[in-house]
Design a protein around this ligand. Structure first.
Ligand SMILES: Cc1cc2nc3c(=O)[nH]c(=O)nc-3n(C[C@H](O)[C@H](O)[C@H](O)COP(=O)(O)OP(=O)(O)OC[C@H]3O[C@@H](n4cnc5c(N)ncnc54)[C@H](O)[C@@H]3O)c2cc1C
Ligand SMILES: NC(=O)c1ccc[n+]([C@@H]2O[C@H](COP(=O)([O-])OP(=O)(O)OC[C@H]3O[C@@H](n4cnc5c(N)ncnc54)[C@H](O)[C@@H]3O)[C@@H](O)[C@H]2O)c1
Ligand code: SF4
Ligand code: FES
Length: 802
């Protein structure tokens, strides 16, 4: 019997995915022909940004190479556009004169980028961002030109802008709304995102409507509705997409916004189907692969005559793939009068989480900075889970974080690990157990997980580890982040032995799978490199968290907090007058005494920061940094009748000794002159307590969320010994702790006895102290740097557009 003929129009992600399913279900039931306008086999459009950024080549993102088409007996016509459908005679015609008959026809023509209908849109160097050709144009333009403008602050525009920054262009994003990604994020998350991207060097022009693109043949700039102008040598339009429906519309197939399909992806014309971005289902048109692949599965079953549930629509989740920024959004995310929200915000860590609840049901979420709960939340939103379950999700995530275990252990078998490809935990575990898979790559090949956006890689890695148990060690270790399979110790060892000196070099030489790393590894590498090569390493500002980049803590309302260094908490009338004058001059709305005995100027505008620092003329208090924060002191023997030691001087000496030292996490110290402990020495990273005839040193204390009393580390007699032992302790912590590990966790992990054993050797202590001194020698006061160096100062200036 002759095989039935299946023709696919559109050689893109959704159409070819559907064909892959058909082949799996009924290998040779159809004679398949595919037409595609682009001159390439099917490639991963999602990963174009990695090509733009230079971390992948086109070959790396090809999903189905020419051999695949050949092996599956598929006739592929690349560079052919289907221009006519004759559904009476069941044939299609291409622009190059091919006429092909069909029994079943799938339309998967995708979308076209929307081009703003403004004067100048036709000029050369005005492009959209949709295919590999666009990527190549941007890369080419960056070799000659410097200034790029991206119109549109949505997912695509921000990815394009980040890619252009990587190509060393000066990039301004022009956005018509006052918040970025307004279709995925609420205003708070949008503002945090903007601050983070600004700190990476991206400029923004918000609330801006472009009236015209200026230039003769090539674009030279943009004119806005308010009359202002921005110079640009390259303009990328990323203002949304429109389903590509012309072919269907011209040939009598019902079209609305997209090609109208029913729950089995059937169009209004018999034997013609539509999947992907071109299809409109129950009034919805989708622009992400997960729903398109769901549609493809249903259609594949239908065509393979396998029983299938209808396609009933999809709940969406998105992740931004811009390096250094973790953003997740799913379902509803804007508060309404009938919704309630669970909210969490930590400005110090740059973390914001919001979950929206309606009628006791979880309906949406936005996560910024930390997106570990995203997978579970997405599952709950899809299932319409009760709000009670939220408690479990966040307490579980917290426990997992503290214990270092992974969320995959608690996931049910039917929960999705890979949202893009719809691969569940059960499927992956089964593949590992039954087929003996032992790497992410083999799981990808077998189940499809990680094959699209790649965002699920860390989870797949965790699942591999949990499933293989002890055997896992043989094949993969706990990586520092999803960009690498290497652990912290392996990376630090490689930095030292291979003399790697920049984050870029580490990522290249150690074959990071994301060229620019992620928000986890970049700050960590920046720290490890600075720790390993204190003299040679040039701090990479863009690898730091936003607060450290700007040397001030960003506040809820977008202003900043300034805390000058006041050694040991001892100030003077002169210093206080200076602070008061600055507060008056810059109209600083709040002046507050902190828990660490310092003065905090709250509500400073970003552009005022360098002038505030200059007028204060005091060192930075590092209140925003992973470094020594404060040394709190009690009044001590000069004033207190219980005092046995000079705690104030000891505190001042310690603060002067350790200020400006970068550490894996923040470090707080205190000195009390007797065991009554008025300076709270028992809950500090290093707490010193005066006793008769000397001092006791306590370490690993923490007064934060995870309250922990410090462990008695050593008892010494003199001021010099206090400084010697605390220096050795701090340097050993600097050299062996994981980035973002507080001393409280580190002491528990490596154990106090081990630290005491290592440091008891005088020679070791001397070596550690020598290395710490080297690090201190190369440290500069960041506020001074910002005042004196034009390039640093520029970061604080407002973007002005003529
Ligand atoms: C830079 C970028 C990043 C993205 N990132 C993500 C992401 O992180 N996550 C996510 O889920 N989605 C992402 N997307 C969206 C995702 O790539 C699309 O949703 C998906 O590719 C759509 O698949 P499709 O098959 O419907 O359309 P397409 O992949 O566009 O395929 C349609 C194909 O049909 C061809 N064609 C059109 N008309 C004809 C014709 N008449 N004859 C022959 N061929 C024709 C087109 O040339 C095209 O090759 C991203 C998109 C871009 C551009
Ligand atoms: N990580 C991801 O999941 C990812 C990444 C890239 C692209 N995509 C998909 O690709 C498609 C296209 O993305 P997109 O960002 O172009 O679409 P979009 O519709 O999500 O965003 C377009 C943005 O442009 C803005 N805009 C509209 N007109 C404007 C104007 N005149 N001036 C300035 N700004 C204007 C809108 O306010 C909107 O925020 C979407 O379907 C998206 O989901 C997804
Ligand atoms: S810790 Fe002791 S010495 Fe210091 S203020 Fe308190 S009681 Fe006085
Ligand atoms: S979630 Fe995108 S590839 Fe798995």
């Amino acid at each position: 019997m002759d095989k039935r003929k299946l023709v696919l129009v559109g050689n893109g992600m959704a159409g070819v995915n559907c064909i892959e399913h058909i082949l799996k279900l009924k290998e040779q039931s159809y004679e398949i022909t595919i037409f595609g306008t682009e001159p390439h086999p099917n490639y991963n459009r999602i990963q174009l940004s990695y090509v733009l950024g230079g971390s992948s080549k086109f070959e790396d993102i090809v999903l189905n190479d020419l051999e695949w088409y050949e092996k599956n007996n598929i006739h592929l016509y690349t560079g052919h556009t289907v221009t006519k459908i004759d559904h009476e005679h069941r044939v299609v015609h291409t622009d190059k004169g091919i006429v092909e008959s069909y029994d079943e026809l799938i339309l998967a023509t995708g979308s076209n980028p929307f081009i703003l209908p403004i004067p100048g849109a036709h000029l050369s160097n005005v492009i959209s961002y949709r295919d590999i050709k666009d990527c190549e144009k941007m890369i080419e333009a960056s070799k000659t030109y410097k200034k790029a403008a991206v119109i549109g602050g949505g997912l695509l525009g921000l990815e394009a802008a980040r890619g252009l920054l990587n190509l060393s262009m000066d990039v301004t994003v022009i956005h018509v709304m006052d918040t970025l990604m307004e279709r995925q994020l609420d205003p708070i998350a949008s503002k945090l995102l903007q601050a983070e991207l600004e700190a990476q060097g991206m400029k923004f022009r918000m609330n801006a409507a472009t009236e015209e693109l200026i230039g003769e043949d090539r674009v030279e700039g943009l004119r806005f509705m308010d009359g202002s102008v921005l110079d640009a040598d390259l303009v990328v339009m990323a203002v949304g997409i429109r389903p590509n429906v012309e072919l269907a519309k011209e040939h009598g197939i019902e079209v609305n916004r997209g090609i109208v399909v029913n729950d089995y992806l059937e169009t209004s014309v018999p034997n013609i189907y539509a999947v992907g971005e071109c299809a409109e289902h129950r009034g919805n048109v989708y622009g992400l692969v997960a729903p398109l692949y769901e549609q493809g599965q249903v259609l594949a079953k239908r065509l393979a005559k396998v029983e299938t549930k209808p396609y009933e629509g999809s709940v969406l989740s998105t992740k931004l793939k811009v390096s250094g920024v973790d953003v997740f959004s799913a379902g509803e995310f804007i508060d309404q009068p009938d919704t309630k929200a669970y909210r969490f915000q930590d400005d110090f860590q740059g973390v914001y989480k919001k979950v929206l609840v309606k009628d006791e049901t979880i309906i949406g979420a936005v996560l910024f900075g930390e997106i570990d709960e995203g997978v579970r939340l997405f599952q709950m939103i899809r299932n319409g889970a009760h709000e009670k379950e939220l408690k479990t999700i966040f307490s579980r995530a917290k426990t997992e974080k503290e214990s270092g275990t992974s969320q995959v252990m608690d996931m049910a078998d039917d929960e999705l690990i890979c949202g893009c490809n719809g691969v569940s935990k059960g499927t992956i575990v089964q593949a590992i157990n039954e087929l003996g898979l032992d790497s992410v790559e083999s799981i990808k090949g077998c189940t499809g997980a990680t094959r699209s956006c790649g965002g699920c890689k860390p989870l797949v890695q965790d699942l591999l580890q949990c499933t293989l148990g002890d055997n896992f060690q043989k094949v993969e270790k706990e990586p520092i982040c999803s960009c690498t399979a290497l652990s912290r110790d392996e990376v630090v060892e490689a930095i030292r032995s291979m003399k790697l000196t920049t984050t870029k070099e580490v990522m290249n030489v150690l074959e990071w799978n994301q060229e620019n790393g992620c928000s986890k590894c970049r700050p960590a590498l920046n720290y490890y490199l600075g720790m390993a090569w204190p003299k040679e390493y040039e701090d990479e500002r863009t690898s730091r968290f936003v607060n450290e980049r700007l040397h001030a803590n960003i506040q809820k309302d977008g202003t900043y907090s300034v805390v000058p260094r006041i050694y040991g908490g001892v100030t003077s009338p002169e210093q206080m007058r200076k602070i008061a004058d600055v507060a008056d001059k810059y109209e600083i709305p709040m002046v507050k005494i902190t828990g660490g005995q310092r003065i905090d100027l709250l509500g400073v505008k970003k552009e005022d920061l360098p002038n505030v620092w200059a007028d204060l003329d005091m060192p930075s208090g590092y209140a925003y940094a992973k470094a020594l924060r404060t040394v709190k002191t009690c009044v001590g023997e000069d004033f207190c009748r219980f005092g046995t030691q000079d705690s104030i001087q000891m505190g001042i000496d310690m603060e002067k000794r350790f200020e400006r030292l970068w550490t894996p996490h923040k470090v707080k110290m205190a000195v009390s002159a007797c065991p009554r402990n008025c300076a709270e020495s028992g809950i500090k990273d290093i707490g010193v307590v005066g006793v008769d005839g000397g001092w006791e040193l306590y370490v690993g204390g923490n007064g934060g969320v995870h309250l922990r009393g410090g462990d008695l580390f050593i008892k010494v007699k003199t001021r010099e010994e206090v400084l010697e032992w605390s220096s050795a302790f701090i340097q050993y912590y600097r050299e062996t702790a994981k980035y973002l590990e507080r001393t409280s966790h580190w002491v528990e992990r490596v154990e106090l006895e081990h630290i005491q054993e290592v440091l008891k050797d005088e020679g070791t202590r001397a070596e550690l102290i020598k290395r710490m001194d080297e690090a201190l020698e190369s440290s500069k006061d960041p506020w001074k740097e910002a005042i004196e160096e034009r390039s640093v100062r520029q970061m604080f200036e407002k973007v002005t557009i003529s």
